[in-house]
Design a protein around this ligand. Structure first.
Ligand SMILES: NC(=O)c1ccc[n+]([C@@H]2O[C@H](COP(=O)([O-])OP(=O)(O)OC[C@H]3O[C@@H](n4cnc5c(N)ncnc54)[C@H](OP(=O)(O)O)[C@@H]3O)[C@@H](O)[C@H]2O)c1
Length: 208
């Protein structure tokens, strides 16, 4: 599968570098592709880096890993991404980490779906820190990654990618569940920063 990641920051790199270890075809879409050539990890096999427009067109599965507002603007202005899977890893965090800037009867992911009605939006990779995407295992136990979306085939593709990173990937239901995942992200952020637990924390789903 051709995976395009829009944004080459903490989350984009954490996901992209891990998937690049496998069989996937990867491309990053960034604002300044020439500048970003300089920051590719020399230990890694080469990763394609292109403009955002080229990456959006190239990818069969597109991961949005920019600030939420930038992702929404891109989705509103880039033209139809019909049939593609759009993985929304963003969180609509209000300034100062005070809460979520999108809520009520919608969510960031649902606003992205409205902007791209012919694409299949899956919310995933937003509920935990990028450091856990680099390594989701705590004391030999997989930490949990929730996803939601309304297209079963799209969700199955994203689940495989999340499983590949080493997460215990749980389908939380249709895209209307996205605001719960965005609130869960806020909980993780508050625990890490406001409550002083730090970034090396993750949620685990226990079963019996
Ligand atoms: N950090 C985490 O642990 C974490 C975990 C889960 C989810 N998230 C969410 O994931 C998203 C990315 O977080 P991050 O920590 O990876 O952020 P980051 O390190 O600041 O990286 C953001 C990336 O987005 C790009 N970008 C910023 N504004 C843009 C615009 N207007 N148009 C196009 N690209 C733009 C930046 O490109 P330039 O280099 O050109 O500025 C950079 O590549 C956020 O929505 C965040 O809430 C973060």
């Amino acid at each position: 599968m051709k995976i395009a990641i829009i944004g080459m920051g903490n989350v984009g790199k954490a996901l992209g570098y891990r998937w690049n270890e496998g069989v996937h075809e990867m491309m990053f879409g960034v604002r300044k592709p020439e500048a970003d050539q300089l920051v590719v990890d020399p230990e890694q096999k080469p990763v394609k880096i292109a403009t955002i427009g080229v990456a959006l067109e190239w990818g069969e599965l597109v991961v949005m890993a920019t600030p939420y507002k930038a992702a929404l603007t891109l989705m509103k202005t880039c033209g139809p991404l019909a049939g593609k899977v759009i993985v929304d890893a963003t969180n609509p965090i209000a300034p100062g980490l005070t809460g979520l800037s999108v809520g009520g009867d919608t969510s960031g992911a649902e606003e992205i779906q409205k902007a791209q009605p012919q694409a299949h939006v899956v919310k995933c990779f937003n509920t935990t820190g990028f450091n856990n995407m680099q390594n989701p295992v705590y004391d030999k136990r997989k930490s949990v990654m929730f996803l939601c979306g309304s297209n079963a085939v799209a969700k199955a593709s994203v689940k495989l990618l999340s499983d590949e990173l080493g997460f215990d990937t749980i389908d939380a239901g249709p895209l209307s569940m996205a605001h719960h995942l965005e609130s869960l992200a806020m909980l993780w952020i508050k625990l890490a920063y406001a409550q002083g637990h730090g970034r090396e924390i993750a949620l685990v789903l226990r079963r019996r």
